[in-house]
Ligand binder design. Structure first.
Ligand SMILES: [Fe+2]
Ligand SMILES: [Fe+2]
Length: 184
């Protein structure tokens, strides 16, 4: 009779939650790109869509998702006993800042009613974040999980869950926007 190995469950890896959030951010990026294409072909600027997209980027991608990385995941990777063979955190932080710069550019373009500047900054943000997300999903997160180990990762996942509960109402609003945006 084959021996059954029962693994002790210590919860889901922390970064799995972050990768799920990436999927939603990528949906909004795809919608933003499509809308940029329409504007570039001469369709009048849909101010409301771009304002909501900016609100999503600031509220969900930055204050909710990037804050989990910057305030919880990254510091945990400096905890005693956690070692990574290389450290991409500074580059990731730099990219978060570059993203904020594109968002400021989008906000300025919306205020000025400048479609060319708006699509340039929006496309800059989209390209940056797609590459950023690819690097996190394929390099940083697997490296972080290796360094953390399952128990520390599960404990971090619990802390992420607490943030999810705290932001539940805001997140719900952004989920509604992301679903509507991806159906455009
Ligand atoms: Fe990030
Ligand atoms: Fe991320």
């Amino acid at each position: 009779m084959p021996k059954t190995i029962v693994k002790e469950s210590v919860g889901a890896p922390a970064t799995a939650r972050l990768s799920e959030e990436h999927k939603l951010i990528l949906k909004v990026i795809a919608a933003l790109r499509a809308e940029c294409g329409r504007v570039e072909k001469g369709t009048p600027l849909d101010q409301a869509f771009f304002q909501k997209a900016v609100a999503f980027i600031k509220g969900y991608a930055d204050r909710f998702h990037h804050a989990k990385e910057e305030d919880l995941l990254f510091p945990e990777l400096s905890a005693p006993g956690v070692e990574m063979h290389c450290d991409p955190r500074q580059q990731m932080l730099h990219e978060h800042d570059l993203g904020r710069g594109f968002v400021r550019g989008m906000e300025a373009a919306l205020r000025e009613g400048n479609p060319a500047a708006l699509t340039e900054n929006a496309r800059g943000y989209c390209g940056l974040l797609e590459e950023h997300i690819y690097k996190e999903d394929n390099i940083l997160y697997p490296m972080a999980e290796d360094a953390l180990g399952p128990e520390r990762s599960a404990a971090l996942s619990e802390r992420f869950a607490a943030v999810d509960r705290e932001f539940a109402d805001i997140v719900k609003e952004h989920l509604t926007f992301a679903a509507a945006a991806s159906g455009r």
